[in-house]
Design a protein around this ligand. Structure first.
Ligand code: 0X9
Ligand code: ZN
Length: 698
C-alpha cells in the first residue's frame, strides 16, 4: 500500500489503543476481562445494524470503544472468553487489528536491546534512545557550552500554554555579533506531539553542524555564510505528554509488567495537537496530561493548521476534538506565534519543518492547483514551483522519499510552509520522516538520519545540508548591497495582508543588520514581492472530458481494497482525473497506479482525505497504458461506491503579476532614522541600495 494516507490511518489505529487506556484510567485497574493468556488483545468491528444489536452488545460487558458508526461499534477483545461471548450472542465482526499490544511491545523491546547493545550510535550525538523534553533542553545547553563561539541559545517570544519556555539554538560563525546580512536557514521539529523522530533529526543536525565546524570544510563554509536556527520542539507541552506516556510504558515493561501493563499505557503516547483545553483559555496545571488524546483526536489545536496562510480553508478541521482542528483564529496559539515571529524577524531563505511519517518531501501548496482560492482565481502552482520542485528532487534523492506537493498527500490549509513561503518568499518544505510509524524503533531514526541501504551515507543529513546550501545560494534568494556608515543599523520592513480563506490578517516582516567596519553591506534577503502576488500558472480543464468511464463497486471490508483497470489509449492527454464517491460521510481512500511493462504497479497519484471528504486524484500528462484505480475502505459503512476516470485536455493560464511590492529600508543611528528608501528586489537579483543622506548626516 502506498504511503499516502498512513498518517490518517495510524491516527485512527491509535484511537483504539487510547480507548483501552480510558478504561484503565477510569477504573484505576485492569479491566475485569484483561488476562495475560495467549489471546492477543485485538480490535474488532462488530456489526450492529439494528438498535437491538447495539443493545445486545452493550449487555456483554465488553470494552467498547468510542469509535462507532450507524451499523458498527468497535470493541477491544481482551480474551478468548470475550470472543466466545460475542459468538454466543450471535453477533458478527471483522478483526481490525489482530494484536494491539504486540507492536508497542516489539518497539520497546527493539529499543531496549539497541540501547543495551550499542554504546554509541552513528548519529552525530551518538545517542541510542529517544530524547525526553528535558534531554532536548540539556542538549541545546550542552552544545552552547561546547562551542560558545558558534552556538547561542535563544528563547522564543511566547511560552507554551502550560508556561514552558520554547527553546532554540542559533548556530553560526560570530553567532553573538549583531546580524550582519547573512541568510538564515531554519529547521524545526515536533509540531505534532507524537512525531518523535522529527525532533531527533532536527537536534542531530544541530550536533552535526556544531561538532564539525572547523574540521569539515563544507560545514565550516556553510556556517560562515549562513545563520542556522534550530527549534527541535515547537510544541513542548504536547511532546512532553506523548513521550512521557510512551516512555512510561517502556519502564513498566522493563519492570516485567507484562501485557496488562502495556495496555495500561496512558492515552497520550499518540497525542498530536497542543495543550489547549478550551478555545482561548489557558489549561489548568495537570489538566492536559490527564486528558487522553485518543491518538490525535481529543483536546487541542493542530498547530499545523493554525498558521495564517489560507487559514480556515479545505483540509483543516473545525471540530475541537478532531485531529486537524485549526483553532478559533489564525495564529491563535503561542506555538505558531513563536514560529511566525521568528520567521518574520529574520530573512529565512529556506525552511524545513520536520514531521513523521510517510517518506515524503512536501512543498507548497496544500490545496490542489484548480481549487478556487479566496481571490476567485485558482490557487495554481506556486510562482517558484520549478525551483522548489528541483530542490525537493535533490533532497529526495538523498533520503529516497517522494518529492511531491502538500496537496498530493491530502488537502491542508494553515500549515507552516504554506504560510512562510507565501508570506516571505523563503522556500519551505515539510519532511515526513520514516516509512511506517509516528515513533518507530530508534535504529530506524538512526538510519533516517545517516541513510541506509542505497541511501547509505546520504539520508536526511545530506538532504538537510542541501537545504542549507540552498539557503546561502544567492540565485535562490535576493541581495541588497550598498554603502552605509560603519556601525549603522539597517532595517528592512514590509507590511501586507496575508489572505486567509475568508478574509486576511496583517503580517509584518522586520529584519535588521549592522553595517560592518568597511562601510559596505551585502544583505541576503527574500524577494520584496511576495509569491502570491507574482504571476502564477494554473491549468483550466476543458468543459467536457475527452472520455469518461465509471465503475460501480461493492465496498470491501474495512482496510481492504478493490482494483479497477482503466486504459488510456489516447496520446497527448493533459490530465487524468479520478474521482471516488460514496453515500456515507465516512472514510474511503483512493490510490492510482500505472501498470509497468513487467506488470508491476507504480503509484502515480492518490487521495487520502480525512474522514468525511470525498477523494479526487489527478495524474498530469498521463502516458498511454493501463492504470489501476484502487479503492480502499478505510472506515466506511457505505454499501457501494462509484469511481470515475476522466481524461481532459487543459489549457495553461496565467494569473498575471498583480503588484510589485517593496521593502522599506531605513538607515538608523542611535535609534534615529537618518534615511528611508523603498527597495524592490526579485529572486536571483542583486540590487544596489543608494543611501545618500545617511552617509552625509552620519
Ligand atoms: O497533516 C499534516 O499536518 C502533515 N502530516 S502529519 O502526518 N505529520 O500530520 C502533512 C502536512 C502536509 N501539507 C503541507 N505541509 N502543506
Ligand atoms: Zn506531523
Amino acid at each position: 500500500m502506498g504511503g499516502i494516507s498512513r498518517p490518517v490511518r495510524a491516527a485512527l489505529t491509535a484511537v483504539a489503543a487510547a480507548a483501552i487506556a480510558v478504561t484503565m484510567i477510569d477504573t484505576g485497574q485492569a479491566p475485569a476481562h484483561a488476562t495475560t493468556s495467549d489471546f492477543p488483545v485485538q480490535l474488532v468491528t462488530v456489526d450492529t445494524p439494528t438498535r437491538a444489536d447495539k443493545e445486545l452488545l452493550q449487555t456483554l460487558g465488553l470494552d467498547l470503544t468510542e469509535h462507532a458508526g450507524h451499523d458498527f461499534i468497535e470493541v477491544v477483545l481482551h480474551s478468548a472468553e470475550e470472543e466466545d461471548a460475542l459468538r454466543e450472542a450471535g453477533l458478527t465482526w471483522d478483526v481490525r487489528i489482530s494484536d494491539l499490544a504486540m507492536r508497542t511491545a516489539e518497539v520497546n523491546q527493539i529499543n531496549e536491546e539497541y540501547a543495551a547493545s550499542t554504546e554509541e550510535s552513528p548519529l552525530p550525538s551518538g545517542r541510542t534512545t529517544y530524547r525526553t523534553l528535558a534531554d532536548y533542553n540539556t542538549d541545546m545547553t550542552k552544545l552552547a557550552e561546547m562551542r560558545p563561539d558558534i552556538v547561542k541559545e535563544f528563547e522564543l517570544p511566547h511560552t507554551s500554554l502550560e508556561g514552558k519556555t520554547v527553546r532554540g539554538i542559533e548556530i553560526s560563525r560570530d553567532v553573538h555579533e549583531a546580524e550582519d546580512g547573512r541568510p538564515v536557514f531554519a529547521i524545526m521539529g515536533l509540531h505534532h506531539a507524537r512525531e518523535w523522530p522529527s525532533g531527533e533529526l532536527t537536534m542531530e543536525f544541530a550536533y552535526d553542524l556544531v561538532t564539525n565546524y572547523g574540521s569539515d570544510q563544507r560545514i565550516t563554509n556553510l556556517l560562515d555564510k549562513a545563520r542556522v536556527l534550530v527549534v527541535p520542539v515547537t510544541n513542548p507541552d504536547g511532546f512532553e505528554k506523548s513521550i512521557n506516556d510512551g516512555l512510561l510504558l517502556d519502564l513498566r515493561e522493563l519492570d516485567d509488567g507484562g501485557l496488562v501493563s502495556i495496555l495500561g499505557t496512558p492515552g497520550n503516547a499518540y497525542k498530536r495537537k497542543n495543550c489547549r483545553m478550551l478555545d482561548g483559555q489557558e489549561p489548568l496545571a495537570g489538566e492536559c496530561a490527564a486528558a487522553t488524546s485518543n491518538g490525535g483526536f481529543g483536546v487541542g489545536i493542530d498547530t499545523n493548521r493554525n498558521y495564517g496562510g489560507l487559514w480556515g480553508g479545505p483540509g483543516a478541521g473545525t471540530e475541537f476534538f478532531g485531529p486537524t482542528y485549526r483553532g478559533p483564529a489564525p495564529f491563535s496559539e503561542p506555538e505558531t506565534q513563536n514560529i511566525r515571529e521568528m520567521v518574520s524577524s529574520k530573512q529565512v531563505t529556506t525552511l524545513i519543518t520536520n514531521h513523521t511519517f510517510s517518506n515524503l518531501v512536501l512543498r507548497p501548496n496544500g490545496v490542489k492547483p484548480d481549487t478556487i482560492g479566496p481571490d476567485g482565481n485558482p490557487i495554481g502552482q506556486p510562482h517558484d514551483e520549478e525551483a522548489m520542485k528541483a530542490l525537493g528532487a535533490k533532497m529526495a534523492a538523498q533520503n529516497g522519499y517522494r518529492n511531491i506537493h502538500g496537496w498530493e498527500l491530502y488537502d491542508t490549509t494553515g500549515t507552516t510552509e504554506d504560510w512562510s513561503y507565501n508570506a516571505t518568499g523563503g522556500f519551505g518544505y515539510t519532511f515526513e520522516i520514516g516509512e511506517h510509524e509516528f515513533h518507530p524503533p530508534y535504529p530506524e531514526v538512526v538510519d533516517e538520519y545517516v541513510g541506509a541501504g542505497e541511501h547509505e551515507g546520504k539520508g536526511n543529513r545530506e538532504a538537510f545540508l542541501i537545504a542549507l546550501e540552498n539557503a546561502i545560494d544567492p540565485q535562490a534568494h535576493s541581495v541588497i548591497a550598498g554603502k552605509a556608515p560603519a556601525g549603522a543599523t539597517l532595517r528592512l520592513t514590509k507590511s501586507f495582508a496575508t489572505p486567509t480563506w475568508e478574509s486576511s490578517i496583517s503580517d509584518t516582516i522586520e529584519t535588521t543588520m549592522r553595517v560592518g567596519e568597511k562601510g559596505k553591506f551585502e544583505w541576503h534577503v527574500n524577494p520584496s514581492t511576495r509569491p502570491i502576488v507574482m504571476d502564477r500558472q494554473y491549468e483550466v480543464l476543458a468543459e467536457e472530458p475527452l472520455r469518461s468511464e465509471s465503475f460501480e463497486g461493492t465496498t470491501p471490508a474495512p482496510t481492504e481494497h478493490v482494483d479497477h483497470e482503466f486504459t488510456v489509449t489516447e496520446s497527448d492527454v493533459d490530465l487524468l482525473e479520478v474521482k471516488l464517491d460514496w453515500a456515507t460521510p465516512d472514510d474511503m481512500d483512493l490510490e492510482v497506479y500505472y501498470r509497468e511493462a513487467d506488470g508491476s504497479l507504480t503509484q502515480v497519484a492518490s487521495s487520502g482525505q480525512f474522514v468525511g471528504e470525498k477523494e479526487r486524484a489527478l495524474v498530469q500528462q498521463p502516458q498511454q497504458g493501463t492504470y489501476v484505480f484502487r479503492v480502499i475502505n478505510y472506515a466506511s459503512t457505505a454499501p457501494s461506491y462509484t469511481v470515475t476516470g476522466s481524461l481532459y485536455a487543459t489549457e495553461s493560464e496565467t494569473v498575471p503579476r498583480q503588484l510589485i511590492e517593496n521593502y522599506t529600508l531605513t538607515c538608523e543611528k542611535d535609534g534615529q532614522v537618518l534615511e528611508q528608501i523603498p527597495v524592490v528586489v526579485d529572486r536571483g537579483q542583486q540590487v544596489k541600495a543608494k543611501l545618500r543622506d545617511c552617509l552625509s548626516r552620519w
